[in-house]
Design a protein around this ligand. Structure first.
Ligand SMILES: Nc1nc2c(ncn2[C@@H]2O[C@H](COP(=O)(O)OP(=O)(O)OP(=O)(O)O)[C@@H](O)[C@H]2O)c(=O)[nH]1
Ligand SMILES: [Mg+2]
Length: 338
């Protein structure tokens, strides 16, 4: 049984640094939760760049292509679920799927994902004019993808959990951190208003879609921790800020968006049991061939449906553990629509 979490966001927004820190922290365990890679080499591949980061103060290299790894989530040493984690090169969201294999793969990943984590640079959101912040975080591209694969014709869809992770919160100007990040959250909701509006419309009394199908929350995080990095150059045009890591990183809040995504997703996906094979076929047959082939990977739609049903059955059994996960994370996350 496997859940899929796709991490995406524009170039240089902090996806890889976030992933390295999260896996490092979760490998040793945090709040009773621990993750294990499926094989020892995967762990080594993630630990090495993290060690260079901490010891040599060297930021991870920009991602080339896409990388997918398999992990297991444990709670007090008890197996909860497998999950696949996908990290992308930011540029993949800005290309059409009929022009690039990688873009087609990203579209398939989003369609198949149980949860998405959108990574956006809080410093860019705070310091750039709104329209530049939108383009640098790729918020419109992100909304376009979610809308196409998850939101549109939503009544026939099964929903998705969205966690908006605002990275680099350690270098924010003080007025953006005051009152529990009030000003940052307000601007981030504006920059990502496509997603914010979709979620808020679900709350209207005449909405045909139940709001719980689309849990969405936001949280500022920092991989380095307050006071450990400095801005060498705030950046201009396409160039993002140049940041120097001054002292040892001390990650803050980074595991909550992940637990929120996994927890809510498990909670919600159990409902997939009611889904019919024709619903799945109807939905998938509307997709572009390139994207559909990537999703099916040689399976028939019937096989895919059976796999999803098996996952949903197992998740229903896990209900009590699911509660443990969601309660820790839900307390920390801020709802996207207050
Ligand atoms: N101050 C601060 N800077 C950060 C933090 N996380 C990332 N950065 C900065 O952001 C840069 C880009 O981070 P990456 O993790 O490589 O970004 P990415 O989204 O994986 O980028 P691509 O793979 O190119 O799409 C880093 O080189 C750092 O300069 C953070 O928590 N605090
Ligand atoms: Mg990267």
């Amino acid at each position: 049984m496997s859940l899929k979490v796709t991490l995406f966001g524009g170039t240089g927004q902090g996806k890889t640094t976030y992933t390295l820190a999260l896996l490092y922290m979760m490998a040793s365990g945090i709040d009773g939760f621990r993750i294990e890679a499926k094989d020892a080499d995967t762990t080594t591949k993630y630990l090495n760049p993290w060690r260079d980061f901490v010891m040599a103060k060297r930021w991870p290299a920009p991602t080339m292509g896409r990388r997918e790894d398999e992990f297991r989530l444990l709670f007090h040493n008890e197996y909860v679920t497998d999950f696949r984690w996908v990290d992308y090169q930011g540029g993949a969201i800005n290309v059409p799927s009929d022009e690039s294999e990688e873009a087609a793969q990203l579209h398939a990943d989003i369609q198949e994902s149980n949860a998405v984590m959108i990574v956006a640079d809080a410093f860019t959101i705070a310091t750039r004019p709104q329209i530049e912040a939108e383009l640098l975080t790729s918020s419109a591209y992100i909304f376009n993808l979610l809308n196409n694969y998850k939101f549109r014709s939503a009544s026939a869809e099964t929903g998705i959990t969205t966690a908006l992770v605002l990275t680099k919160a350690d270098i924010l100007p003080p007025e953006y951190t005051a009152n529990d990040y009030a000003k940052l959250l307000e601007k981030a909701r504006q920059v990502f208003r496509g997603v914010t509006q979709f979620v808020s419309e679900l709350r209207l009394p005449d909405s045909k879609i139940a709001p719980w199908l689309y849990p969405a929350a936001i949280l500022p995080v920092s991989i380095v921790g307050d006071g450990n990095a400095s801005v060498v150059d705030p950046g201009k045009g396409y160039d993002l800020a140049t940041i120097k890591l001054e002292s040892s990183p001390m990650p803050q809040n980074i595991h909550y968006p992940f637990l929120y995504a996994i927890g809510n997703e498990m909670d919600r996906i159990a409902m997939t049991l009611e889904e019919q094979e024709q619903d799945v076929a109807g939905r998938l047959n509307k997709l572009n061939r390139n994207v559909l082939n990537k999703i099916l990977r040689g399976r028939t739609i019937r096989e895919l449906h059976e796999e999803r049903q098996a996952v949903a059955r197992r998740l229903q059994e896990l209900e009590p553990k699911i509660r443990a996960i969601t309660s820790v994370a839900n307390q920390k996350m801020r709802t996207l629509v207050p």
